[in-house]
Design a protein around this ligand. Sequence first.
Ligand SMILES: Cc1cc2nc3c(=O)[nH]c(=O)nc-3n(C[C@H](O)[C@H](O)[C@H](O)COP(=O)(O)O)c2cc1C
Length: 325
Amino acid sequence: MQDLTHNRRLSIAPMLDWSDRHMRYLWRLISKDVLLYSEMVVTHALMHAEPKRFLQYKQDEHPIALQLGGSDPQMLATCARMAEDWGYDEVNLNCGCPSDRVQSGRFGACLMAEPNVVAECVSAMRAAVKIPITVKTRIGIDHNDSWEFFETFIRTVESAGCNTFTIHARKAWLQGLSPKENREKPPLQYDVAYRLKKERPHLNISLNGGVKTLQDVNSILQNLDGVMVGREAYENPWFLADADPLVFGRPRTCPSDEKELLEAYIPYLEEQMAEGVPLHIMTKHLLGLFSGKPGARKFRQIMGEGACRPGVGVQLVRDAMAAIR
Ligand SMILES: Cc1cc2nc3c(=O)[nH]c(=O)nc-3n(C[C@H](O)[C@H](O)[C@H](O)COP(=O)(O)O)c2cc1C
């Protein structure tokens, strides 16, 4: 079992529809050490579908964590075992997602109100696997936003053996805000994560929310164990380019620029297309790659318009790349 402490210094957030295996493969071409999270996989769905649909990934993606959504300890334990069997390096339980769909399934952020249930889930998963079980959470929900509420949640979950938490450092409103608004409107409160680390220094604490530069990552790492980045990593994947030398202290092996990165990604596109994956499923992730560069709009236009055409091949990507000056 791999010790992920080093990799946790910087991780890429679980993001539905965004952090799929194709995007993760692209991130891995940029950084060797960053810890990659899957999209949230709901236990009911995983147990009733062909596991390959949710669990398939390429070995190059390691280290990789599977995020689960659920609140039934036995189902979570079964799914954690599946994750371990498929070679995942960690299983993370989602206690931060505020969407209505998730609340009706009684998981995600609403679980912050039921720390004992989360503790039972963690215990059951820990008993089922050897890989680490971790929790991603908000700092509060609705009017339950006191330090005492948050600390009780952490303490209770910790008592079940979880010692690694990712803190999305804003609370969630369970009613009245969309998931998108819940990632923007409640103010970020990094001080809550810092206080947690100070009072419970034996825990591994990663901070999540609003981080956009590697300089910010490194300054947060002065006080915490890790930083998780979501939207910036998706919208501007090149932000990771210097992560290996600057955050992980290892030589940079990533391509020298975005064009070279895309060239390195093309064999993957070809391989996946040969296995039946439509090009546009993968190229939708590439649209932000050249943002801010001359020709970026043309690049997006060529890719956006062409990727769904019948019979399209990777030449489209080369044609779009030619628009970048
Ligand atoms: C499109 C999208 C999908 C998301 N899906 C999930 C998810 O499946 N599980 C989860 O825990 N958080 C999810 N999140 C929240 C992110 O993991 C992260 O907590 C949030 O975006 C704040 O980090 P950031 O400011 O670096 O983006 C999602 C965010 C976005 C933008």
